[in-house]
Structure formats: C-alpha cells, structure tokens
Write a protein that binds this ligand. Sequence first.
Ligand code: ADP
Length: 363
Amino acid sequence: MSNILKAQVTEVLNQVMDPEQGKSIVELGMIEGLHESEGHVSFAIVVDPQRGATMEPVRKAAEEAVHGLPGVLTVTAVLTAERAAQKPQKAEEGPLLPGVKSIVAVASGKGGVGKSTTSANLALALASQGLEVGLLDADIYGPSMPRMMGITEEPGSSDGVRLDPVEGHGVKCMSIGFFVEEENPIIWRGPMVQSALVQMMRDVNWGELDVLVVDMPPGTGDVQLTMAQQVPLTGAVIVSTPQDIALADARKGLNMFRKVDVPVMGLIENMSYFLCPSCGDRSEIFGHGGAREEADLLGMEFLGEIPLHIEIRETSDGGHPITVSNPEHEHAQVYKKIAGRVWDKAQETLATSKTTKPNIVIQ
Ligand code: ADP
C-alpha cells in the first residue's frame, strides 16, 4: 500500500469515533490489516465481541469515510473479535458448532460448475425431509447464498454476543455476502480467511441442527485444505461437470479430503446433459457415463447426475431454488434423492466414526 494513501486512510479513520470510549478508532488501536490494491481498501476493526452488534454503525462510518478519499474504488471494513483470544469471552469458548449433529461440505475443483446451486438445493431438499438444516456459505471469495436463497436482510443478534443466522425457505443461512455486496471483490489475507470462517461457525447462533451444509470455496488448494481441516466435517460431496472430470478435478478433490481424513460421500455430476426447454430433447454434449466410471475408479460413490436446464438456473439465481419453487419437478426429485443418500451416509459415518472423528483444534 502506498504510504501516501495509507496516511490519508489513517487520517480519515482518525475522525471516526468510538462513541462509548469517546476516542477515535485509530487512537484506540482498533484498526488492523489495512490493505490497499488498485483502489480497493480493506481493513479490520478489532472490537470486543460483546459489542459486536453495536459497532455496526462505526464500521459503516469508517467505510464511508475512506470511500470519500480520491482514488478509492471500494472499501471493505470488517468487525473482528480476533484479539479477544487473549482474554476469552463467552462466544470464544467451547467447541465449534456444539448443537450441530452433522456437517457436510460441498466442494468442487474449480468455480462455475454449480457448487453453490447444488449446495442450496441439497440444503432445501434435506429440509423438505423434516430435518433442521443450516447452510454456511464458506465461499468467501464469491458468496452467492444470499441471492440464491432470496435473502435481503442482514443478520441481527438476539443475545448481543452472537449473530443469528437468517432464514431462507426454512433453512438457517450465514454468509459473508450479508455484509458485503456480491460484486465487491474482497481482498482476503490468510489469517482473515481463517478468522472469518471460525466466526461464521463459533460466533453464530446455529442452535440445534441435524445437518449443516457448507458451500466450500472453489478449488482444492491450500486454503481449501486448511478450511477442510478447520470445519469438523462429517463428510464431503464433490460437484463436477463432465468435462472437469476429464481434467481430474474430482481426483484432486478426493485427495484433498483424504489428506484431512474426511470421508468423501461421493460425486455429483452437474450439467450432466442438456435438456432442451422447448422440445425436451436430451443431448449428451460431453458423452455419458464418464463420471460414473471415474467415481468407480476412484472408489467413490456416484451420487447422481443433474441436467443443464434453464429452470435450474433461473430458480436458483432468482432466490427460489427448484427444490422449493417446484418440488414435484423431476430435477427437484433428483436433488431430493441425492440429499436422502447424503443423509443416510452421514448417519452411517457418525455411527461408525464416533471414536475416530478427528480432533479439531482452532488456534
Ligand atoms: P459455483 O458455485 O460452482 O461457482 P454456481 O452454483 O454459482 O457455481 O453456478 C454457476 C451458474 O450456473 C449459475 O448461474 C447457476 O444458476 C448455473 N447453474 C448451476 N447448475 C446448473 C444446472 N444444472 N443447470 C443450469 N444452470 C446451472
């Protein structure tokens, strides 16, 4: 970050007061991780976790102040309770997600294969079976759950300590997208990724859930590997398109979860074949059967195939995924069938791995 801009940012932030302490947020040493790249500024405001909810106006004021500077295109300020680690508060103690019975990650080798669409529909299909379901949007680089679940409100906090997830179609959701615009790029630095994810688990009132579906960030690199380690996962499903299967993406996903001892429940082939909306004709653009064969080869279960169909796109991008907007539709039935199988496998894993579950330690 250029020194001039940094000085300017610090100067304007020095005008933003913490009303409770009567001093500026700079004076109080609350600004951390100030970063700028090509006009995109990001920083964290370190707050006492108990004051999280009341600090939102200060966060907004800080963002607006920096936004007024020449040359600044976007500003992302996040509230963080990171430093509270030195003096643990209520929300910082205890295990992650104590009331959550099972956690299923939805992963993919790369972006754009329909991982989020699949996560949303699977979560809704699980809820339609009468289960208490949560949906954690861990795709912090491109959070799309608020849009897909049709949620426009921001989460509140009923206890003043933790955030309450926001319900969409009966599923409890949490996403970084509730706090930033989807099209605003977020510049994440390593430690911020970790703390954002941990906050979305530990500092959220998830309550009692049968299953939490986690929409992972795309890719199978180090960040994803660390995330897979941080979340106490029951299992993972891998979403792939037929052409990516040829690129061995499924294999990379499988290896990533194997490294951290997370059982892979299976492979879902998305955009498997094209269903013509006018004539109903089925075109197998990338051939047929490759995913099933690849899954067999890798010792993974093939969970099912979802067609490339305009109604799937329109409903999920419009905030009413097909599983809720048209539950009797044959594609909705495919999601439900896969969800049923995922739920059964989660139960099996929990029954057999009570003693072998990895011990997750968050630093
Ligand atoms: P990812 O999470 O892997 O980046 P998304 O779920 O955001 O992918 O999907 C990318 C785009 O493709 C979205 O516009 C979505 O609506 C669309 N899409 C996903 N799956 C299907 C499908 N089976 N048929 C039609 N469109 C789909």
